[in-house]
Design a protein around this ligand. Structure first.
Ligand SMILES: Cc1ncc(COP(=O)(O)O)c(C=O)c1O
Length: 396
């Protein structure tokens, strides 16, 4: 076969699209016998498989001509209406997206240019870093922790006038942090004073372990009459990520641009999936959500108990109040990637934290997900991790 010079054919944008180091590492974690805390996948036992099978058959039989036809770019109207009512917003403010991942790309298309500053937490969601990077922006970062971004550092960085701030205030991926209400209010004051745009990614909104959710930045901004928060959330973590159904809520002017951008990407999110999500939501959503929360809370507790028991005192880890992640800091100078390889020998895996930092750093951090393993595997995996750690801390 003749050869083609592919690199000469790629556009400039292709240069910015890079292989993710995490994907390469994740391949190693899929070997048999490995207890993996690496992936950010939801618990498969929570997928409503039987209900979905029944509903999908019903939808195809009764609404097949709608479910299998092209649909509106904005999304299937009854699902938009459901989301609007759930969030207390207008239908015209809701755009259904093909996963929140798509919304991140659309935001990049609409708001970013080559060299434009955009502010992220350090660490932040890898998929967002990757989506935004394709548009060549200049990343600004602010350190973030168990209570969200460092607000003093934020005040400094805001002087650079970012196009938007991308924040995950609840159960952050990867840090697991939760911004308390006072910090949300303070952050919004700063943002409103400067007239800046916030993208609030609330993928984990329902996975709280306490009594109730902390109000979102979006809700607080609404109360203050400020239109500059675009809100993203998804059905991936509460129903099933394979359906790829999520939503963005924004001021109609911003929403129109995002919708136009989406037209050029996929025309619309699969209609069958949207109807299926709606039908599943209509059936006992609240009951399902309380089960989801309980399952994650129990798994988190199992992991924390094991960590308390197994981790050497030099290691710090967070105690999540919701979501799917524990964030760990090793003593300075100890590399999480070195631990990763040692841990693989013990047949346990996690994700090193470095790639979550858009501007580098964090080599001594790592993320543990407790979502997919059962409690016995969590305890055993943490025991193995402790063994790998001790081996690194006290070399023979
Ligand atoms: C913070 C955050 N945003 C967005 C996503 C993407 O979600 P979706 O499945 O809706 O594309 C994820 C997935 O892990 C996430 O953690």
């Amino acid at each position: 076969m003749k050869t083609l010079e592919w690199r000469a054919l790629f556009g400039q944008g292709a240069e910015r699209i890079q292989a993710s180091t995490i994907r390469e590492l994740l391949k190693l974690t899929q070997r048999p016998g490995i207890i993996s805390f690496a992936g950010g996948l939801p618990a498969p036992e929570l997928f409503p498989k039987a209900e979905a099978a029944e509903k999908a058959a019903e939808i195809l039989k009764e609404k097949g001509e709608v479910a299998l036809q092209y649909g509106p770019t904005e999304g299937y109207l009854p699902l938009r209406a459901f989301v609007a009512e759930w969030l207390g917003v207008e239908v015209e403010e809701v755009l259904i997206t093909t996963g929140s991942q798509q919304a991140l790309d659309l935001l990049g298309k609409v708001f970013l240019d080559e060299g434009a500053p955009v502010l992220l937490e350090a660490p932040s969601y890898l998929g967002a870093i990757q989506a935004f990077r394709a548009y060549g922006p200049r990343f600004l970062t602010v350190p973030t922790g168990e209570e969200g971004p460092d607000l003093e550092a934020l005040a400094e960085v805001l002087k650079e006038g970012p196009r938007f701030l991308y924040l995950i205030p609840s159960f952050q991926n990867p840090s697991g942090g939760l911004m308390p209400l006072w910090a949300r209010e303070r952050l919004l004051e700063m943002v409103m004073e400067k007239g800046l745009l916030v993208v609030e990614d609330d993928a984990y909104r329902e996975l709280y372990f306490g009594e109730s959710r902390v109000k979102s930045l979006f809700e607080l901004a609404r109360e203050a009459g400020y239109p500059g928060v675009i809100y993203l959330s998804s059905f991936s973590k509460i129903l099933a990520p394979g359906l790829r159904v999520a939503f963005a809520v924004a001021h109609p002017e911003a929403l129109l641009k995002l919708t136009q951008a989406k037209q050029g990407v996929d025309l619309h999110t699969p209609v069958l999936n949207q109807i299926l999500v709606l039908e599943l939501l209509k059936e006992g959503l609240l009951e399902h959500l309380s089960r989801v929360r309980r399952v994650y809370r129990d798994k988190a507790q199992a992991m924390l108990e094991a960590l308390e028991k197994e981790m050497p005192k030099e290691v710090a880890f967070t105690r999540p109040k919701g979501g799917m992640f524990v964030w760990m800091e090793l003593p300075q100078g100890l590399s999480a990637e070195a631990l990763f390889h040692k841990a693989l020998e013990e047949k346990v895996a996690f994700v090193p934290g470095g790639p979550f930092f858009a501007l580098g750093g964090g080599e001594n951090t790592l993320r543990l997900s407790y979502a997919t393993m059962d409690q016995a595997a969590i305890a055993e995996g943490v025991r193995r991790l402790g063994k790998a750690l001790r081996a690194l801390l006290t070399p023979a």
